[in-house]
Design a protein around this ligand. Structure first.
Ligand code: GRF
Length: 220
C-alpha cells in the first residue's frame, strides 16, 4: 500500500530534488509545502508537476501557521512528513497532528552541532569527521531520535563551501533511503531507540562512510 508523504521546504530545495528523483516505493511524495514564496524548492516542485502549497508564515502566529499546514496536509491525506530544509521550528500544533511521523535532515552528526550554521560549527570545533543526520522531529531544535547518519571527512583544505557541498551530497543519498525504509515499514521504535528491521540495510542506513575518506597522508 502506498505511503503518502509531504515535503516541507524553505530554501533551494536540493534535498527535495533528491526525493523527487528517487524511487521511494512504496512511498510517494504527494505534496510539497513551502513557507517562502518563490524559493527554489517551490520552483523545483512545480517543474516536477507536484501539488505545491505555499503557506507564508509571516504576519501570523505560529499556531495559526501550523494549523493551516495541518489542514492542507490532512486535505492531501498525508501520512508522513519530511522536513527537507524547512527553516521554521514546529510546535505542538503541528507535531501532535503527526505523532512520530515527521522526519528532518540536519547537516551534522547529531547530537553535535544542532541549530543553524552546523557546518561552520564543525569547522570551528576542528572535528575530523562531519556528516549528516536524519532524525524524528520533536519540539526541540534537532533533538529528536536519530534514524540514520552518514559520515563525511573534513579535509585540511576544506572551506565552508566545500564541506557544505560534500555533506549535501550525502544528504541527497541518505534522505531518500530513509523515506523508502520507513515506507517499507522497516522502522520500529521504543522511545529514543530506533531499529531497522532488515539487518543488511540496517547497517547501510545507520552509518555510511563515503568513498572519499581521506588517505593517511591527507589526514596528517
Ligand atoms: C540542508 O543542508 C539541510 O540539511 C538543512 O538545510 C539545508 C537545505 O538545503 N536542514 P536544500 O534546500 O535541500 O538544498
Amino acid at each position: 500500500m502506498t505511503v503518502r508523504w509531504a515535503a516541507l521546504a524553505s530554501g533551494s530545495g536540493t534535498n527535495l530534488q533528491a526525493l523527487m528523483d528517487a524511487d521511494l516505493t512504496p512511498g510517494r511524495l504527494v505534496q510539497v509545502m513551502v513557507n517562502n514564496p518563490g524559493c527554489g524548492a517551490e520552483v523545483r516542485a512545480r517543474a516536477a508537476g507536484l501539488r505545491v502549497d505555499v503557506v507564508d508564515h509571516r504576519g501570523r502566529s505560529r499556531d495559526a501557521f501550523e494549523t493551516e499546514l495541518v489542514e492542507r496536509l490532512t486535505e492531501a491525506q498525508v501520512q508522513w512528513v519530511v522536513l527537507a530544509g524547512f527553516m521554521r521550528i514546529l510546535g505542538g500544533t503541528f507535531l501532535d497532528a503527526f505523532p512520530g511521523r515527521v522526519i528532518n535532515i540536519h547537516p551534522s552528526l547529531l547530537p553535535a552541532f544542532p541549530g543553524i550554521h552546523a557546518q561552520q560549527q564543525a569547522l570551528d570545533a576542528g572535528v575530523r569527521i562531519a556528516g549528516c543526520t536524519v532524525h524524528l522531529a520533536d519540539a526541540g531544535v534537532d533533538t529528536g531520535p536519530i534514524l540514520a547518519q552518514a559520515a563525511v571527512p573534513v579535509l585540511q583544505s576544506d572551506s565552508l563551501e566545500t564541506l557544505r557541498l560534500r555533506i549535501l551530497e550525502q544528504e541527497h543519498d541518505l534522505l531518500p533511503r530513509v523515506v523508502r525504509a520507513i515506507s517499507e515499514g522497516r522502522l520500529s521504535r521504543t522511545d529514543r531507540q530506533v531499529r531497522w528491521n532488515n539487518t543488511r540495510q540496517e547497517s547501510a542506513a545507520a552509518l555510511q562512510v563515503p568513498d572519499g575518506f581521506p588517505s593517511k597522508q591527507e589526514q596528517r
